[in-house]
Ligand binder design. Sequence first.
Ligand code: BJ8
Length: 423
Amino acid sequence: SEDYRSMWTELGLDLEAHDALLGVLGQAYQDIYLAQKDRPEGMGYFDFVMSEVHGLRIKELLDEKTAGRKIVGSYCVFVPEEIVLAANATLVGLCSGADFATEDVERLLPRNTCALIKSAFGFKLGKVCPYLESADMIVGENTCDGKKKAYESLAGLVDNLYVMDLPQVKHENGRALLKAEYNRFKDAMESLTGVSITADSLKQAIRTVNAKRAALHRLSALRKADPAPISGLDALLANQVFFYDNPTRFTDSVNKICDELEKRIEAEQGVFPEKTPRVLVAGCPQAVPNWKLPMIVETTGAVIVGEESCVGERGTRNLTDESGETVEAMLDAIVDRYFKVDCAIFTPNPDRLDHIQQMVADYRADGVIHYGLQFCQPYLMESIPVEKALEEAQIPCLRLETDYSMEDVGQLKTRVEAFVELL
Ligand code: BJ8
């Protein structure tokens, strides 16, 4: 609409490039999502969210800003939403899953940088991300070398970058660093918003974020059923929208889908026939609109039953203890909760392998596809021992390495087909 166009212009977007992006996105959504059969009716909500992803949701964020709230953007699940909400700000995810302005990006970053980082830069340089342009603060974090160094360059492109340091070992010293950094972040949030975090506001924030994670836990548990009541594509979309949507509305919408899925399971209804080979995807995050792998898998006679990923269970699996009565006690609980995230930047990282095996058992997966983005050292390095351990446990594993381009779709499809035949 005209209103949206003037909103985008005011945000400084390049309207022509942005139209092109929305065109591609809309078409991909049509071809990949709307082409699926027997989708739960509740997915209509997510279809609406996606059709308005740069429209209504941005308008809501701008309205929040007019009302005095701040918007904070982040690229990693280590940025604690509880602290952001408690300081009267809104957190949005900025990771993106499409190539954009690649030539410009490669003037700033080496060609052998992972697609996720390049995409973040492309959306900034191409002026096509209204979330990034709405943000009052952008939070980077010292995780992999690629991101850590890229933020130094990003600092020259945005004027509101805050960088959080993160530990790399699961040891008392690592926890102490995380705690110090979360305290520093709390101070930074309070000075951004001018609002002091209180025991009440923090408790409320913990409850809000726990509720949205719990809704996804409920959704995951329903995916244990055979036939699968929801496709991996649709479940991934819910995990992606987790990062953008109004938290309470998101929670309600996911719970509504779960009510519907419970009925489906009772009626033994599924999106794929019973005994369809079941796949667990493990590895790098798949940000919107990166639907490439699930699209390939689910058009090749298999169904994805879980994502061991930050856009998935690695990001959402643990809740924060909400019983603390003081800000200090609740901050400790927040540190405890996030310190369990088993990102491959940690060394050593045995919890991740345990979690993958646990997920295989819980979701009754027949095999694992390890999804690695090209040039992502942490996950590609880890994929080799992961594959070895799974094979020792007699769990078939396929290690894929890819990027955001569509050039290798045929080749990937051939490999996935051969893998699915084994299951
Ligand atoms: S907690 S997974 S969201 S860092 S794909 S940019 S690792 S080279 S995304 Fe992540 Fe936080 Fe960890 Fe999760 Fe680097 Fe790899 Fe690129 Fe990656």
